[in-house]
Design a protein around this ligand. Structure first.
Ligand code: SAH
Ligand code: SF4
Ligand code: F3S
Length: 479
């Protein structure tokens, strides 16, 4: 049986409250990674709320400073060490508690470096011990000792950890943790453990609660969401879960059936998910998206490279043609579908010809959004040991070329929106201008417009009147 544990965070958060004598303490958290990492920060925030802490954006007034780290690319490390240098003075001046958690803490060479060079850090906690953070914090304050709470295990599913979300319209919900794919460039399987899926009823209950709280959009998170429950099935576990959603009995035994079940929840207008893996994109998932009323017709389908040779070296388990065929098949089934993707340039052994294949797929698929990354060597991965690393200047040249192509395509796409009416979910006030509201189309394009604040949280029709690189501008006319 899958190991599911109910976290006992309350016991420790109560103890911290007593220790602080009811005084409200402040914490500052820096989230450095992906949406899973952000969702973990929302859990840390949930636990700290219970412990009587209040969030502050001002690091200089915090009693507790937390870094929730990422290690997927090298720049994340540079950022952490830069910030730690800054924080040292707060430790010396005011004795703040400094805690570092997240993926980077699962790398021994990093924790070693912190213990040697940043001795003032109080707590190190890893990805498998997140729910023990209140216990670690309690011990660090009470016993004034250095805590290292890091496990090197496959992982357990924890339920019952409180989540505090700042956004009141859109919420992320982690449905599975870990990864079994071992793409040769990627550190994630080493720091997040093996795939483990949450029980579908727990996910349904969480989404139902979010709907009751007024949330309109949810994003299901996992490193490989379309292998939800697959690993349990491979291990011979019974994964036919009988669930109740909206008073209806259903069976959830796959990602497709989970989508179908969540689609039943009243009040949730939009369901998104990241990321599916092209190799696991089975027909039942396509059908589920097609038949669902609320699943957005935008699929984030990570390509990584357009070259079959490089894809093989990356251990992605599909070819250029497989990817193109899959995109075509989905488009035939669901004509209104759009795609977004992730691409890495400069993987070891990538030639100009390989890179041209990547550009070719970008031209053929016409993505709504492309997240582009320069290949970054990660210690312990297979690709790091490859001896045909691409020189930095070539990587950068290719990156710039890809970026130019993507931007040119997005410009054309955005122009096509002008004059059209689109449906958007209004998310709130624009960050830069309080008089402007902002929302997103189903295809995730940002749309800014003038309107009254009571539109926030509503799905409305907007006429697009002008296009810009990163957003569209529209007019709302409710008559
Ligand atoms: N599980 C997801 C994403 C994981 S990390 C997936 O498979 O799509 C997010 C993105 O970071 C990846 O899609 C990849 O494009 C990029 N990435 C991962 N490792 C990298 C590395 N070593 N160098 C550069 N980019 C990397
Ligand atoms: Fe990394 Fe590949 Fe797993 Fe995504 S699927 S997390 S890229 S190993
Ligand atoms: Fe980074 Fe960990 Fe996410 S390495 S990308 S924070 S899973």
């Amino acid at each position: 049986m899958e190991q599911i544990k109910i976290a006992d965070t309350k016991k420790w958060t109560d103890k911290i409250k007593n220790l602080n004598n009811g005084k409200v303490k402040k914490y500052n958290i820096m989230t450095m990674g992906c949406q899973l990492n952000e969702n973990d920060s929302e859990k840390i925030a949930g636990m700290l709320n219970d412990a009587g802490y209040e969030k502050t954006e001002k690091i200089e007034e915090a009693d507790l400073i937390i870094f929730n780290t990422c290690c997927v690319r090298e720049n994340a490390e540079d950022r952490l060490f830069g910030k730690l240098g800054e924080v040292k003075k707060y430790k010396e001046e005011r004795g703040v508690i400094v805690a570092i958690g997240g993926c980077m803490m699962q790398e021994k060479h990093i924790t070693q470096k912190i213990k040697e060079s940043y001795k003032f850090v109080d707590i190190l906690f890893g990805t498998h011990t997140l729910e023990q953070f209140p216990k670690d914090l309690y011990e660090a304050i009470k016993e004034k000792k250095k805590i290292e709470d890091i496990l090197d295990v496959d992982g357990i599913v924890f339920e019952g950890v409180p989540v505090y979300r700042e956004d009141k319209i859109k919420a992320s919900v982690t449905i599975m943790n870990g990864c079994n794919n071992f793409c040769t460039y990627c550190i994630v399987p080493y720091v997040r453990g093996r795939e483990r899926s949450r029980n579908p009823q727990d996910i349904i209950n969480e989404v139902q609660t979010l709907a009751e709280q007024g949330y309109k959009e949810i994003t299901l998170l996992g490193q490989n969401v379309n292998s939800y429950l697959v690993y349990q099935k491979q291990k011979g576990e019974n994964v036919d879960f009988k669930v109740v959603v909206n008073s209806k009995e259903m069976v959830v035994n796959s990602f497709a059936t989970l989508l179908t079940a969540l689609d039943e929840i009243e009040g949730i207008e939009r369901i998104r998910f990241i990321s599916p893996h092209p190799k696991d994109f089975t027909d039942d998932v396509i059908d589920a998206i097609k038949n669902a009323k609320h699943v957005c017709k935008l699929i984030h389908l990570p390509l990584q490279s357009g070259s079959t040779k490089i894809l093989k070296e990356m251990n992605r388990k599909y070819t250029k043609q497989d990817y193109l065929d899959l995109a075509k098949k989905i488009k035939e089934q669901i004509p209104e579908i759009t795609f977004s993707t992730d691409i890495i340039v400069g993987f070891p052994g990538e030639t100009e010809e390989d890179f041209e294949d990547t550009l070719d797929v970008v031209k053929q698929v016409k993505f709504e959004q492309v997240f582009m990354f320069i290949y970054s060597r990660r210690l312990g991965t297979v690709a790091d040991k490859m001896d045909n690393q691409v020189p930095e200047d070539i990587k950068h040249k290719r990156f710039d070329k890809l970026k130019k192509l993507v931007e040119d395509e997005i410009e054309v796409q955005n122009k096509n929106y002008v004059g059209k009416e689109v449906e958007i979910l209004v998310e709130g006030e624009s960050k830069n201008n309080k008089n402007i509201l902002t929302g997103r189309t189903e295809s995730n394009k940002i749309v800014n417009f003038e309107g009254s604040k009571d539109l926030i949280g509503k799905l409305i029709k907007i006429k697009i009147v002008s296009d810009h690189m990163w957003y569209l501008y529209g007019i709302y006319d409710n008559i």
